[in-house]
Design a protein around this ligand. Structure first.
Ligand SMILES: [Fe+2]
Length: 473
């Protein structure tokens, strides 16, 4: 019947702790992801695994190859410098391709390639990005210029160069190098991972033409010295922990919503329960008023018996809900007196045997009266059994000891104590010594001995007073 009024502590704790853990987890994930995406990775070509002419790494493959077919290489007539002097009697012009392949499942961003020149040669043309050329590195007089070799004018070039019919030739020596920066507009960057169902690798091909002096047409320069620089970019959405944390977040939000709904319902239920309790209390108070209207000498008796029973039950360690229930049952213990004729109920002298037999029936009448009052469990047992004695000599059924319901034993003591402690129509209240004496004398006879011990403790500690409740003195 009682409503659980509070949401459990572990649940409340998890509602507070869970989002903190989720925020910490998300922060760690985002930081890790950011560090992964911004870390520059650098590989020297020579550190890669050789597969044919290619240098293979876990994430990336770099290859510098000559373009195949008739157009890939050609023999060149004498190359003249700007003053018409013969620079090279003969040279081979070759198109080389720098092939960068993405082997990872992430996107390659911010890549650049450093290519070292193995021997004297001239770079004539290239596509599509920028070449940062480092010339005369070993001479101690290094010149650096970034050039778009596909689009330039003679006057753009500050590097050592000469013009031929093939265009500007920038002369390079062993130890010189160029850094290739890919052209974003031409799709050279980023390099996306290979789609799962694609046949071909995901590669970018960069072209550049080299003129190498005094070589035959099948000559291939050795570009094995170089470095590839790049970053990998992965999405946090690919991390399973991100989705675990998202799921935890959804669970948390659901829990919060559920808690809010439960809290609202709980409040409604508590209000409803309070209203119900008020109805019960007022109904009972009305019945008690009826009883007391019939027998003014017992005014306040039912309420006091209910209070004593509750105090005794609390002292014996019964739960709050049980104590409350005992209070209500005790309040109704004498409701059967409504059926007892007034002349018997209020008779100042001793009752005759016949009258006493009628009086005893208030227990049965009480049980009957309360039979439809099911909201409080066993409410009729208090009315029926409160005149049973612990030794079995009570009425109406003569049951004994533990067979008598707990509440009936509690009422029995409380009823007797209050009867002795207050004025009745046929006598005044008894003195404290006589009351204590009576209680002790009847311990184990009329009363449950354990309950008497608890009553004594309550009297000794002042929780139950023997003078406060006396009326009509
Ligand atoms: Fe009674």
């Amino acid at each position: 019947m009682a409503v659980q009024r509070k949401i459990s502590k572990p649940l409340l704790l998890s509602v507070v702790i869970l989002p903190i853990l989720i925020i910490i987890g998300m922060t760690v994930l985002f930081l890790q992801n950011h560090r992964y995406n911004t870390r520059e990775r650098v590989h020297s070509f020579m550190d890669g695994r050789r597969e044919g002419t290619a240098f293979v790494f876990d994430d990336i493959t770099v290859d510098i190859v000559t373009r195949g077919g008739d157009s890939g290489a050609w023999m060149n007539d004498p190359v003249l410098d700007d003053d018409e002097n013969v620079l090279y009697k003969e040279s081979v012009g070759t198109i080389y391709e720098l092939v960068v392949t993405n082997n990872s499942s992430d996107t390659i961003t911010d890549w650049k390639a450093v290519v070292y020149i193995p021997e004297e040669m001239c770079i004539v043309n290239s596509w599509n990005g920028d070449y940062e050329i480092h010339q005369n590195v070993n001479s101690g007089n290094e010149s650096v210029q970034a050039l778009d070799l596909a689009e330039y004018t003679k006057y753009d070039i500050i590097l050592e160069h000469f013009m031929t019919v093939s265009g500007a030739m920038v002369r390079l020596y062993e130890g010189d190098y160029f850094i290739y920066y890919p052209d974003v507009a031409m799709g050279e960057m980023p390099i996306v991972p290979k789609p799962k169902d694609a046949d071909k690798e995901s590669s970018i091909r960069i072209g550049f033409i080299m003129y190498i002096p005094e070589k035959t047409i099948d000559y291939v320069a050795d570009f094995s010295k170089g470095e590839i620089h790049y970053r990998l970019h992965t999405s946090i959405l690919k991390n399973p922990f991100f989705w675990i944390l998202c799921a935890a977040m959804i669970v948390w939000i659901s829990c919060c919503l559920a808690m809010i709904i439960v809290k609202i319902n709980l409040r409604r239920m508590i209000e409803q329960q309070k209203r119900d309790e008020k109805i019960i209390e007022q109904t009972m108070q009305t019945i008690v008023n009826f009883i007391e209207a019939k027998d003014p000498y017992t005014k306040g008796h039912s309420m006091r018996v209910a209070q004593y029973s509750k105090l005794l039950a609390e002292s014996m360690g019964f739960s709050e809900a049980e104590c409350k229930s005992f209070y209500y049952i005790a309040l109704m213990h004498d409701c059967g007196k409504l059926y007892i004729p007034d002349n018997i109920l209020t008779k100042p002298g001793k009752l005759t045997d016949e009258e006493y037999e009628i009086m005893k029936k208030h227990t049965l009448f009480g049980k009957e009266l309360l039979q439809n009052f099911t909201i409080i469990e066993d409410i009729g047992m208090g009315a029926l059994c409160h005149h049973e004695r612990y030794d079995g000599n009570g009425y109406p059924n003569g049951i004994a000891g533990e067979d008598i319901p707990v509440i009936a034993r509690l009422i029995c003591i409380s009823d007797a104590f209050d009867a002795m402690n207050s004025c009745r129509c046929y006598r005044k209240n008894l003195t404290p010594d006589i009351i204590l004496d009576e209680l002790k004398k009847n311990k184990g006879k009329q009363f449950d001995p354990n309950m008497i011990d608890h009553l004594m403790k309550l009297i000794e500690s002042g929780v139950i007073s023997m003078s406060d409740n006396v009326e009509g003195e």
